[in-house]
Unconditional design. Sequence first.
Length: 173
Amino acid sequence: MNKIANVTGSTSVETVEINVEVNGVAYTRYVEPRLLLSDFLRQELGLTGTHVGCEHGVCGVCNVMVDGATTRSCLIFASQLDNAKIETVEGLGRVNALHPLQKAFWEKHGLQCGFCTPGMLMTAKELLSRNPNPTREDIREAISGNLCRCTGYQTIIEAIYSAAQEMHGATNG
């Protein structure tokens, strides 16, 4: 990382250069060392699908994938991610070409208010990349770190299970 000093008015602010790939697009940005990844994604890149909930790493609504692993974007600084590959919910699919997880959440009513949905989708994506044929118990365990105040989780579990079946032809109970 290259350190530089920006001078804004009479205040000097230190920034660091980071090079990241977000949803397949390369970015070079100068960021303050303590800028959270969630704020970087939302404010610097305009990717507002990553929500911010508790800001303590408890709720999981800010989950994104960093180098293939689910990461709480409210707990990591953007400056720590030089040369990282980041995937947000915006990288999953498009309105006219939904990812199987998005389609299953819609069809199985795996969302209500939608606030937790981006974090749930990213958690589910990591689960299915590691375990393409999960049981409902595997799914419960995987999403246990994600809080949802609306659905009661059953429809989320069914949506992830349905997506796994569609994606991989799974037939577990």
